[in-house]
Design a protein around this ligand. Structure first.
Ligand SMILES: *Cc1c(COP(=O)(O)O)cnc(C)c1O
Length: 358
């Protein structure tokens, strides 16, 4: 589909110091937007200058958190091409989240065309320093002018782009994690496996409290028994126990990460045994005491792999050291190598953005 483009007449000044980009602070010149209503379905797909949205103050997104989002990155290769990592997985997950939140599905090919056309137009915004990327945030919101609690009558899908800095500007540093025993993020049957804003709203307080105590993030336990490992903030979790790469099974309350899926696929190729199952928090401590727990790490688009140096639960700690472990390191090197075009992509995971507008 040909997407009409209205170019900005006031291009923004581009940053010069990529080490100061941070995450989600700087936005590019343009955004993709499409509208949906019952009569017309999705329509008016277009790229326009980046600007505030105008929505009715009664819009369901503002009152009932009727919204979903995605997150993926565009990387600059050494030869100057720009590549995306498994974007079709993000488009498919967007529609799974849409189903859960009573939002209308949006054609996956349209999502991919929108991402590619926007990134092509903004290719000069893709940062080049090691570890940096252009972060893309596709979002769908319920729009409209009725306060009643029901599915929205109108919807907006948009994509904004933010050049983001290296997650590890000073080398990979393991994080300190608090295992949360009072608050929960999601329950079975809830919205934990949808990428929706409400999950983040409900998890903020525990994250703030953990940060006040010096932890980087919270690891959530399941909402039913407060016993099984779920995930960290915006990352899935993995553990190496007796040499087996062990991760919580998809159970409806954790997010099905694309990085998680990719790590599990790579582990299969590398001959590393994998086990997806329920992991009781006590088992982690027992495995640690028996010297069987050798690594813990998070997986997600932002950091790719985030080694966990310490896990604290009810005053007890698991300390895994200040260095990234061998499995985490191999996954990090392989994934970032494929994502940036430095390693051959035998799996068809990367998609080069065709040059048409940029
Ligand atoms: C996005 C997200 C992840 C990671 O998913 P990726 O596809 O690997 O980026 C994990 N947990 C939550 C809650 C998320 O929102």
């Amino acid at each position: 589909m040909e997407i009409p483009i209205t170019r900005t007449s006031l291009p923004k000044q581009k940053y010069t110091d990529e080490s100061k980009l941070g995450f989600g602070v700087v936005f590019t010149d343009h955004m993709f937007i499409a509208n949906h209503d019952e009569e017309r379905g999705w329509h008016d797909a277009r790229i326009v200058p980046y600007r505030p949205l105008e929505i009715d103050p009664a819009s369901p997104v503002l009152h009932y958190s009727i919204e979903i989002f995605e997150g993926l990155k565009a990387y600059l290769y050494e030869d100057g091409e720009v590549g995306l990592f498994r974007p079709e997985q993000n488009a498919a997950r967007m529609n799974r989240s849409a189903y859960r939140m009573c939002l209308p599905p949006i054609d996956e090919q349209l999502q991919l065309d929108a991402i590619e056309t926007l990134v092509d137009l903004e290719r000069d915004w893709v940062p080049r320093a090691p570890g940096t990327a252009l972060y893309l945030r596709p979002t769908m919101i319920g729009d409209g002018c009725r306060l009643g609690v029901h599915s929205a009558q109108k919807h907006i899908y948009f994509i904004i782009c933010s050049p983001s800095g290296a997650f590890y500007p000073n080398g990979i540093k393991p994080v300190r994690i608090h295992i949360e025993d009072a608050y929960v993020r999601a329950v079975r049957g809830g919205t934990g496996n949808a990428k929706t804003g409400g999950n983040y709203a409900s998890s903020l307080l525990a994250a703030v409290m953990a940060q006040e105590k010096g932890f980087d993030q919270v690891l959530w336990l399941d909402g039913r028994e407060n016993r099984y490992i779920e995930e960290v903030g915006a990352m899935n979790t993995m553990f190496v126990i007796d040499g087996v790469l062990t991760t919580p099974a998809i159970n409806g309350s954790i997010l099905e990460g694309i990085t998680r899926m990719s790590v599990l696929e790579l582990a299969g190729e590398f001959g590393i045994p994998v086990c997806e199952r329920a992991i009781p928090v006590d088992e982690l401590f027992e495995a640690y005491e028996a010297d069987a727990l050798t690594e813990a790490f998070g997986t997600g688009t932002a950091a790719v792999i985030s080694p966990i140096g310490e896990l604290e639960y009810k005053g007890k700690s698991i300390c895994l050291g200040a260095e990234i472990g061998p499995v985490a390191k191999r996954m990090y090197d392989t994934l970032t190598g494929i994502q940036t075009g430095r390693l051959a992509d035998a799996r068809g995971w990367t998609k080069i953005v065709p040059r048409k507008h940029g």
